[in-house]
Write a protein that binds this ligand. Sequence first.
Ligand code: AMP
Length: 212
Amino acid sequence: MVRIVLLGPPGAGKGTQAKQLAKRLGIPHLSTGDLLREAVRAKTPLGLEADDYMRAGRLVPDDLVLRILRERLARPDVGPGFILDGYPRNVAQANELARISPVDRVISFDIPEGVLVERLTMRRSCPACGTVYNLSTRPPQTAGVCDNDQTALLQRSDDTAEAVRTRLGVYRAETAPLLEHFRRLGLLAPIDATGTPEQVAERLRWALESRS
Ligand code: AMP
């Protein structure tokens, strides 16, 4: 049983790493961003309420996110553990999480902010299989369509320059203080998140193994 939290700014590669790690460890990848986007697509009351905050790059109110996370954590596949990506995002959420479930490791993704704007605005993803591309560093073979299933690629509504600026500001003000919070609890393992996804995966594996 291992319960892992991935902490880092938007565009640091948490989602990419979480997907691979989830496969390798056989535990689910829980992304509150993905759960919220699903709710927005399905036009549930919660999704409709979250939509404006997400488009603007602001945090969705804690009670809504907590509700969606609790539901997900109640599903049986979470038994052997989980990789939490995008939660907690502020100190109040960290306290809520502590009430719901213990955490074994918090991996933080260290990356200079300059790299993030480029990564986020160049990001496109496949709505069918979830593969993430980068127009400059990892473009699809045919422009605009997914290599795996030829579905038209989409840009997230919050990967625009303006929303990205807001998201980075929110990260600095609300989420970055959690680094110190988890460091004090003895849970924090920082990794260098620059370079290729393969390089980061290697550092992540090392960080997890060296503390077990
Ligand atoms: P992400 O996919 O993690 O980048 O999240 C996309 C957006 O979903 C964020 O910019 C927020 O608007 C919202 N969101 C995701 N997770 C949280 C959270 N834990 N608390 C508040 N809002 C969140």
